[in-house]
Design a protein around this ligand. Structure first.
Ligand code: PBG
Length: 332
């Protein structure tokens, strides 16, 4: 067709480019992951995640208000649990007065319009650092589901808007839906970590919560490969997402983000619910580290990554960059 068609005509200047731009980003596309710790007036930096902190509930609430003012409308929250409260059953997870439950109540009281999505998985509560209960050297599926239901109902009682199972047990979405409904929480949604890969990109997150799989006095898997997905697989991701929708998931998630955008697009095309993408801790750490060395332009890389995740099919992006990116977007 050349020279009748010249693609460059639509790129002549920023105004023209803005007319034909296919994807846009706004602060409400982001969900901000937050780490919560015991104590008061406590805020400690996480070394492998510059700019990200573990905060006590009072400090968390202040941060949530700031984040809301920037236009962000969702937070996914994770707790760092004292070692003395950890065991193999994870029972602290459904303590109605546990750290997570207190945090949910405090955030909803201070900022009722912020959508709160607590993480549903046993790893922060597990003495072995696994997402479920260990028996005979592996994670037992159905007993773990029973625990997750108690955990999710306890989150709902505390005021969670949606629960976010990140454990990858089979059938947990259905069990959670039934459990929430039976307890009278039919309006509490489920945002399921459907295609969650066994990924080395979660390293800094496990530092933040001290939740990595660890040595023990019994046989314990050294990684999460018997429940999280093999990153060589694509079709399996679609299967997992479809199952979760059938089981009642209101939203599904693909995780991690940037290296998995082919999966995001395929899942987006396969399901009829919104897709969330988790731009995870290791992806954040890589950008921060390269920017610190002056090897990459921090803000440009951040916005490029977020836009590309949205373009791939994300309705919601869980990202540690949420605040910084919202500030930049609001300046425009
Ligand atoms: C725990 C959980 C993990 C993440 C979210 N929920 C870690 C894991 O599965 O080991 C990772 C998030 C991140 O790396 O930012 N179930």
């Amino acid at each position: 067709m050349f020279p009748l068609q010249r693609g460059r005509r639509l790129r002549i200047n920023e105004s023209i480019r803005s007319l034909v731009r296919e994807t846009t980003l706004s602060p409400s596309d982001f969900m901000f992951p937050m780490f919560i710790a015991e104590g008061e007036n406590y805020k400690v930096a996480i070394p492998s995640m510059p700019g990200i902190f573990r905060r006590s509930i009072d400090m968390t609430v202040e941060e949530v208000k700031e984040v809301f003012a920037l236009g962000i409308r969702a937070v996914n929250i994770y707790v760092k649990v004292d070692e003395s409260l950890k065991d193999n059953t994870g029972k602290e997870a459904w303590n109605d007065n546990g750290l997570m439950q207190q945090a949910i109540r405090a955030i909803k009281a201070a900022c009722p319009e912020m959508i709160v999505m607590p993480d549903v998985a046993l790893d922060p509560y597990s003495i072995y650092g696994h997402d479920g209960i260990i028996e005979n050297g592996d994670i037992v599926n159905d007993a773990t589901n029973d625990a997750l239901v108690k955990m999710a109902v306890s989150h709902a009682k505390a005021g969670a808007d949606m629960v976010a199972p990140s454990d990858m047990m089979d059938g947990r979405v259905l069990r959670l839906r039934q459990g929430l409904d039976a307890a009278g929480f039919e309006n509490v949604g489920i945002m399921s970590y459907s295609a969650k890969y066994a990924s080395a990109f979660y390293g800094p997150f496990r530092d933040a919560l001290d939740s990595a799989p660890r040595e023990a006095d019994v046989v314990v898997p050294k990684d999460k490969k018997t429940y999280q997905m093999d990153y060589a697989n694509r079709i399996e991701a679609i299967k997992e997402a479809l199952w979760d929708v059938e089981e009642g998931a209101d939203m599904v998630m693909v995780k991690p983000g940037i290296a998995y955008l082919d999966i995001v697009r395929e899942v987006k095309n396969a399901v009829n619910v919104p897709v969330t993408v988790f731009h995870v801790s290791g992806e954040y750490a890589m950008v921060k580290a390269a920017a610190e060395r002056g090897w990459l332009d921090h803000d440009k890389i951040m916005m490029e990554q977020l836009m590309c995740i949205k373009r791939a099919g994300a309705s919601l992006i869980s990202t540690y960059f949420a605040k910084e990116a919202a500030i930049l977007l609001n300046q425009k």
